[in-house]
Design a protein around this ligand. Structure first.
Ligand code: AMP
Length: 491
C-alpha cells in the first residue's frame, strides 16, 4: 500500500527529492524479552525514523517478523503482535522516509532464506553504488522485491561464492560503497557492521546477565537498562554468539570520518556519540557561535527542539537571558492532513507558536541548528516579528548547508539548498532577519574538541558544509543530473 506524503510529514516542506535513509537500528542477543526490548529500543530511536518500523526475532527453530508503516508504538503496542515475536534474539529498524514510495515491501528488517539458512538485515545509511550494483545484479538474474538499497546486501550475500555467512557478508561489504551501520540476524549469530570510515553510528552494550545489544545510539541502551560497552569501530564487523563477541576488521584501519551532523541535529541530545555527550557538544557549539557572532540583544530564544542546547550555550557565553519565546506543540501527529491551499500558511502554527510575553518589544536572537531550504526559518521569523519583536537576529549552530548528503542524512537536491543559491546577506534578506550568522567550520571543530578543521585530514564527514565527500559517489558522475535522478529513484 502506498501512503500519501501528508500521512508521513507534518512539516509538509520536507520531502520528495532524495532517497531517505536516515534510520535507527537495534539488535539484541540472548534475552527472554528480546522483541519487547527491541520495541523499546526502537522507541528511543524514533527520532531517527518515523515512516516505518519492523522487528524480526528468532527462537531456536525459526524466524518471526512484523513490519509496518508508521511509528513504533503504532506497530508494536499490541500484545498479540508482540506475542508472535518469539525467541531470545531480535533485530529492529525505524525508517525515515517521506516519499510516496513508502511501501511495506521497503520496510526493514529485510528477510531472506538462503542456502545456509535465514538472514534478516537492518541498515542505516546510504549506499553510493546501489544503482550500479542493482543493475549488475538484475543483469545476473536477481529479482528485487523492494526499491531499498538494503536489498543489495541480500543479493550480494546470496550470490557470494564463499561458504560461511560471515565470509559472504564480508564479501558483500567489500562490494558496496557508502555509509552504513548494519545489523543482521542469522540462526546462530547477531552481527553488526560499520562502514570503513564509520560515518554512521553503531554501539555495543550489555544487557541482563548474558545478553548483548547493538544500537544506533546510547539512548536506546538507557531505555532497556543495558550498559554501554563501546562504539563499534569503523570498518569493524562484530559477530555475537553464545560464546561472546568476535571482532573482525577485514578492511584494514583507516582514520574515521564520523558524520558531524549527528552532533548538530540528528542524534538525541541525551546520547553519547563517539565518546562525546551530544548535549555538551551542542552547548559548546552555542558558546563558540556566541563568541564568533556577537550582537546586542535582549533575549536568546531557541527554535525548539533542536536549537535548545546550542541556544543555552549561546546565552551562557553572551550573558543574554535564555527564554522560551517559541513553544512547540508536541502533539502534531504524522497523520495530520495539511489544510487547503488558502490556509496552508497556517501550517507552521501547528508545530510552533510565539510566546508574546517573551518576545514583545524585545531584540531577539533566534538560535536554530541549520537552514536547509529556509522555509522553516522564514515562517518562524515572521511569527516572532508578529509577536512584537523589534529586532530579529538569527544564529545557526552549523556552517551553511551548501551540499547534499549522499551518506544517509535526508537533504534535498543541491539546487534547493538556500546556502548554495544565496550569500549569507541574501539569505538574511530572504528569511527576513536583521542579521544572520552561521558558526564557522573551524569554530564547529573547536566546539568538538579539535584545534581547527584540518583540511588534509578532517576528523568528521562534513560534506554537507564543505563538499569534501570522503566516500566516492559511483552512482553519480560529475554534473550528470540524469544519474542524480537515478540515484534518487533508487532510494
Ligand atoms: P528548512 O526549512 O528546509 O530550512 O529546514 C530547516 C530545519 O529542518 C532546521 O530547523 C532543522 O532543525 C531541520 N532539519 C535539518 N536537517 C534535517 C533533516 N535531515 N531531516 C529533517 N529535518 C531536518
Amino acid at each position: 500500500m502506498d501512503i500519501a506524503p501528508e500521512q508521513v510529514s507534518a512539516d509538509g516542506h520536507w520531502n520528495l527529492e532524495r532517497p531517505h535513509d536516515e534510520c535507527g537500528v537495534f539488535g539484541i542477543w540472548n534475552h527472554s524479552d528480546a522483541a519487547a526490548l527491541t520495541a523499546l529500543g526502537l522507541h528511543a530511536l524514533q527520532h531517527r525514523g518515523q515512516a516505518s518500523a519492523g522487528i524480526v526475532s528468532h527462537d531456536a527453530t525459526r524466524f518471526y517478523s512484523h513490519r509496518g508503516l508508521g511509528l513504533v508504538g503504532e506497530n508494536f503496542e499490541n500484545r498479540a503482535v508482540m506475542e508472535t515475536l518469539k525467541g531470545h534474539r531480535a533485530i529492529g529498524h525505524n525508517r525515515y522516509a517521506t516519499t510516496g514510495g513508502v511501501v511495506l515491501r521497503n520496510v526493514q528488517p529485510l528477510y531472506a532464506d538462503f542456502a545456509f539458512g535465514g538472514l534478516a538485515v537492518a541498515h542505516n545509511g546510504n549506499l553510493t553504488n546501489a544503482t550500479l550494483l542493482r543493475r549488475a545484479l538484475v543483469g545476473r538474474g536477481c529479482l528485487f522485491q523492494s526499491t531499498s538499497d538494503s536489498e543489495v546486501f541480500i543479493h550480494l550475500i546470496a550470490m557470494s561464492r564463499f561458504a560461511t555467512v560471515i565470509d559472504r557478508l564480508t564479501d558483500a561489504l567489500r562490494q558496496v560503497v557508502g555509509a552504513y551501520s548494519l545489523i543482521a540476524l542469522t540462526e546462530n549469530a547477531l552481527i553488526g557492521a560499520r562502514d570503513p570510515l564509520g560515518v554512521r553510528p553503531l554501539i555495543l552494550g550489555r544487557v541482563g546477565t548474558d545478553g548483548w545489544v547493538l544500537a544506533s545510539e546510547t539512548c536506546a541502551l538507557e531505555i532497556v537498562d543495558a550498559e554501554f560497552v563501546r562504539d563499534i569501530e569503523p570498518g569493524e564487523i562484530v559477530v555475537i554468539t553464545d560464546t561472546g563477541v568476535q571482532s573482525i576488521k577485514p578492511f584494514g584501519v583507516q582514520p574515521s570520518r564520523f558524520c558531524v551532523f549527528e552532533y548538530i541535529y540528528f542524534a538525541r541530545p541525551d546520547s553519547v556519540v563517539e565518546g562525546m555527550p551530544v548535549y555538551e557538544a551542542r552547548k559548546r557549539i552555542g558558546e563558540v557561535l556566541a563568541r564568533e557572532s556577537h550582537v546586542d540583544a535582549d533575549v536568546v530564544v531557541p527554535v525548539p527542539d533542536s536549537g535548545v542546547p546550542s541556544a543555552m550555550g549561546y546565552a551562557t557565553e553572551s550573558g543574554i537571558p535564555f527564554e522560551l519565546g517559541i513553544i512547540r506543540n508536541h502533539y502534531v501527529g504524522r497523520t495530520f492532513i495539511e489544510p487547503t491551499d488558502n490556509i496552508r500558511h497556517l501550517g507552521v502554527k501547528l508545530k510552533h507558536s510565539a510566546n508574546k510575553a517573551v518576545l514583545e518589544g524585545k531584540r531577539v536572537i533566534l538560535v536554530d541548528d541549520s537552514i536547509v531550504r529556509g522555509t522553516t526559518s522564514r515562517k518562524i521569523v515572521e511569527m516572532v516579528r508578529n509577536a512584537g519583536a523589534t529586532e530579529v537576529h538569527m544564529r545557526i549552530s552549523s556552517p551553511p548547508t551548501t551540499h547534499s548528503c549522499y551518506y544517509g542524512i535526508d537533504t534535498p537536491e543541491r539546487s534547493k539548498l538556500l546556502a548554495y543559491r544565496l550569500t549569507v546577506e541574501e539569505m538574511a534578506a530572504r528569511i527576513g532577519v536583521d542579521s544572520l550568522a552561521f558558526i564557522s567550520k573551524d569554530g564547529l571543530y573547536q566546539a568538538l574538541g579539535q584545534a581547527n578543521r584540518d583540511p588534509r585530514q578532517p576528523k568528521y564527514c562534513d560534506a554537507c558544509f564543505t563538499g569534501d565527500y570522503p566516500i566516492s559517489l559511483p552512482d553519480i558522475s560529475d554534473n550528470d543530473t540524469r544519474q542524480l535522478t537515478l540515484l534518487s529513484e533508487a532510494g
